[in-house]
Design a protein around this ligand. Structure first.
Ligand code: UD1
Ligand code: CA
Length: 469
């Protein structure tokens, strides 16, 4: 079996993105484009993967540093041909096939790459090009064929004449090469083109003129090899990838009520019989269990939701929600929160960096920050853990079976002992002993008949006014 190495081109500037960051770091379904390409390649278990980096090279390296790749610097971006040449030293004694791909073609599938490789290995070609018929060819190189339909070159759009621009078959930027033949052809590249670059695409013409066999296979669905050069294409790629991800989850038993308004990132995991309601965003490394109801209008980022839970009209960041829990409508769960089994976080409640025990409830209009709340606790409506004194954050600790009255201010640091009850409207500044009642408010004053007397005085005044008129 001949050896196979891959070269991913990712050094370009991405001028058309008009961005401060590298093009290949722009995200598609929550993951940098380059990660999609590399992950797809890794499925093929090739001998080596080289990634050519240049613009923002450090950041690009960082984004895929955990994947056992070889990074090759292209100091100056003199074109795709020059980019591939940078790997020459590494492949000096290599006698096999190289698969070349672009870091800005994120939707490519491993099955397509496998087909391309299989075709190339059995066809005895010096190169095999993956071509396609895009809906709109603008920006792509066109495939030149002779009267026998043999591929004889690729012409870049910017260099093409009127006739060549009419060619519908385009270059996907994905190719297989016999490495020895490619490296010889790379030596012969020149910059005689509008961009004054060393085009990789020109090696096709060079090899063809030497009488080498060039093959091409087509990708049926043009969207799979869409190149992302602009923000508009980035949106298209996100849309496509999202559709793919939604299909995958529907096929594995997840109900998605409205695929048009549901966005699920690539690394999310969802178990079966969960229902995702419209306008829901599941992002980062979120994990959702079985039988959950998520949405409508919900955003979960890097969060875990246990089986049988509901999250409605809410946003949840970097938090854990255990089994059988209800969150929302209109809750904001901020990073570092853990909500235990069968708990309830209700409407207009914000929870930050807090632990909520089993079966505990924060049903309405509360702020819980830096708190540890035990099991079976009830927090009355309008309760605030007053965690910030203007300088530092302080903790609130509430034991099991505590009942906090409505409209309470728990001024931290404070501990409310197990089984204690606190009266509504209290501003509590001192620790509360277990099983006690804590109250902090003025005693109620009742003046009997006061209101009636006031009304009578008013009536008399009115009468007097009328008589004077
Ligand atoms: C390229 C192809 C074009 C093809 C299209 C498919 C060439 C000359 N043109 O055009 O035929 O239809 O892809 O999407 O190859 N890069 C480097 N170093 C460089 C220049 C580019 O690493 O010096 C990288 C870029 O980061 C990018 C890839 O190569 O990932 C392709 O470069 P790009 O400028 O996007 O080429 P296109 O104009 O899209
Ligand atoms: Ca491109």
């Amino acid at each position: 079996m001949k050896k196979i190495a891959a070269i991913v081109l990712a050094a370009g500037e991405g001028t058309r993105m008009k961005s401060e960051k590298a093009k290949v770091l722009h995200q598609v379904s929550g993951v940098p484009m380059i990660c999609h390409v590399v992950d797809t390649l890794l499925e093929l278990k090739l001998d080596k993967i080289y990634v050519v980096i240049g613009n923002h090279g450090e950041e690009v390296t960082k984004s895929i540093s955990d994947k056992n790749l070889d990074f090759i610097w292209q100091k100056e971006q003199l074109g795709t041909g020059h980019a591939v040449s940078q790997v020459k030293d590494k492949l000096k004694n290599f006698d096999g096939t190289v698969l070349v791909l672009c870091g800005d073609v994120p939707l490519i599938r491993s099955t397509t790459l496998k087909k391309l490789l299989d075709f190339h290995m059995t066809s005895d070609s010096s190169s095999t090009i993956l071509t396609f018929y895009p809906e709109n060819s603008s920006g792509y190189g066109r495939i030149l064929r002779n009267n026998n339909k043999d591929v004889i070159g690729i012409i870049e759009e910017i260099d093409a004449n009127k006739e060549q621009l009419k060619i519908k078959e385009a270059n996907s930027g994905t190719y297989c090469f016999n490495w020895k033949k490619l490296s010889q052809a790379l030596e012969l590249l020149n910059k005689e083109n509008v961009k004054r670059e060393l085009y990789l695409t020109d090696v096709i013409k060079i090899l063809s003129s030497k009488g080498e066999k060039i093959s091409a296979i087509h990708v049926k669905n043009w969207k799979e090899v869409m190149g992302v050069n602009t923000r508009e294409k980035l949106a298209n790629a996100n849309y496509e990838m999202n559709e793919r991800i939604l299909k995958k989850w529907m096929n594995s038993g997840v109900t998605i009520m409205d695929p048009n308004s549901t966005y699920i990132h690539n690394q999310v995991n969802i178990e079966n019989d969960t229902i995702i309601y419209p306008s829901t965003f599941l992002e980062g490394k979120s994990k959702i269990g079985k039988n959950c109801e998520i949405g409508p209008f919900t955003r979960l980022v890097n969060s875990i939701v246990g089986d049988d839970s509901k999250v409605t009209y809410s946003v949840v960041y970097d938090s854990k929600i255990k089994k059988g829990t209800n969150v929302g409508p209109f809750s904001h769960i901020r990073p570092g929160t853990e909500i235990s089994e069968s708990a309830k976080i209700g409407s207009f409640v914000e929870v930050k960096k807090s632990f909520i025990g089993k079966g505990s409830k924060v049903p309405h209009l509360s702020y819980i920050g830096d708190a540890e709340i035990g099991d079976r606790v009830n927090i009355g409506a309008g309760t605030v853990t007053v965690n910030y004194d203007g300088y530092k954050k302080h903790k609130t600790i509430i034991g099991d079976d505590v009942n906090i009255g409505s409209d309470s201010m728990l001024v931290a640091p404070i501990t409310i002992g197990k089984g204690a009850v606190t009266g509504a409207g209290s501003v509590l500044t001192k620790d509360v002993l277990p099983d006690s009642l804590a109250l902090e408010r003025g005693e109620q004053v009742i003046k009997e008949g006061w209101a009636k007397r006031k009304r009578e005085i008013e009536k008399k005044k009115q009468l007097k006014k009328k008589c004077q008129k």
